[in-house]
Design a protein around this ligand. Structure first.
Ligand code: NAP
Length: 288
């Protein structure tokens, strides 16, 4: 019988801690506050930004969704970000992706200043992760941080383990590879040009899939020993229009030792990490 790595109980526990941290900050006159910049009205982006706002409010933090017209000029868009960067009452800022085509050339990671970069995309935050010299003042990208937290809270150690990650995006695969390496895992980072992918996935201890293809991973990718942990990052739509992961859950669940469901696995942990980063950004203000 495999272990289902639901994030609900972990999230509940962490939420309780975040609520008291937020209260303690307010007692010191720091009111944790975040702005989420949303350009246009892409339905998925509206859902993601609303969930972020709701969770921030649940822990007692302020969160404003700054909705900008889809056709906003580049100058006006940059001006909005600069105003947020210089507003001392705001501790964290994220730019909801994707941006419309006319803004997609912008190097988004450099726009929000490092101290407010609760998404962990700023080059200095990424360098801290890369060099493993970061401290609690730096921000780790939310999805990788959430995956590690979920595994830690589920007593799954990565130290000494061989982890195969499929997907090399800047928001999941690459930072996760660094984070798990820093936690003493041996990581193989795979992508669409990886040859003999199944040979690699069959041999690993932990398989993380961040591909973006519904039900891509079935039992043919797995070891016959049924001893692997599967972390499914994918958020896709199946042929019935339902949310599903990269992993064909029904086909895989009896062939593994533990697996994250979709929904209810990695997704909610990403928002938890964002709130943790926001409170860290707010606390950092105390040491200025
Ligand atoms: P992405 O930018 O969409 O890139 C997908 C990655 O998968 C690329 O590295 C690509 O390789 C690789 N890939 C595609 N097809 C492949 C194949 N057949 N074999 C091996 N590798 C393949 O990635 P992303 O933004 O990280 O998103 C991935 C998925 O995670 C999506 O479903 C997204 O919605 C989800 N996601 C979830 C969360 C969450 O909070 N749960 C957060 C972020 C993303 P190449 O580099 O060679 O093209």
């Amino acid at each position: 019988m495999s272990q289902l790595l639901h994030s609900a109980s972990v999230r509940k526990l962490i939420t309780k801690g975040l609520k008291s941290e937020c209260k303690a900050l307010k007692e010191k006159n720091i009111f944790p506050s975040m702005k989420v910049v949303l350009v246009g009205s892409d339905p998925a982006s509206v859902i993601y930004t609303t969930s972020k706002k709701k969770f921030c409010e649940k822990i007692g933090a302020l969160c404003e969704i700054v909705t900008l017209d889809e056709k906003i000029s580049e100058a006006e868009f940059l001006n909005t970000i600069n105003e947020i960067n210089s507003d001392d009452s705001v501790h964290g800022c994220i730019i909801q992706m994707p941006l419309p085509k006319h803004l997609s050339h912008l190097d988004v990671g450099r726009l929000v200043k490092k101290e407010k970069d609760v998404d962990g995309f700023h080059p200095e935050n990424l360098y801290a992760l890369l060099s493993n010299n970061g401290d609690q003042h730096d921000f780790i990208s939310c999805t990788p941080k959430g995956i590690l937290t979920l595994m830690q809270e589920s007593q799954i150690s990565v130290a000494g383990k061989h982890v195969v990650i499929i997907g090399r995006s800047m928001i999941v695969g690459k930072p996760l590879a660094m984070l798990l390496t820093n936690h003493n895992a041996t990581v193989t980072l795979c992508h669409s040009h990886t040859e003999n992918l199944k040979d690699l996935t069959k041999k690993c201890d932990i398989l993380v899939s961040a591909i973006g293809k519904a039900n891509f991973i079935d039992e043919s990718y797995l070891s016959a020993n049924k001893n692997q942990v599967i972390i499914d990052v994918g958020m896709n739509t199946d042929t019935q229009g339902q949310l599903c992961g990269d992993v064909y859950f029904e086909k895989v669940v009896d062939h593994v030792s533990a697996i994250t469901p979709v929904p209810g696995g990695v997704g909610p942990m990403t928002i938890v990490s964002l709130a943790q980063n926001l409170l860290q950004a707010s606390k950092n203000r105390l040491s200025l």
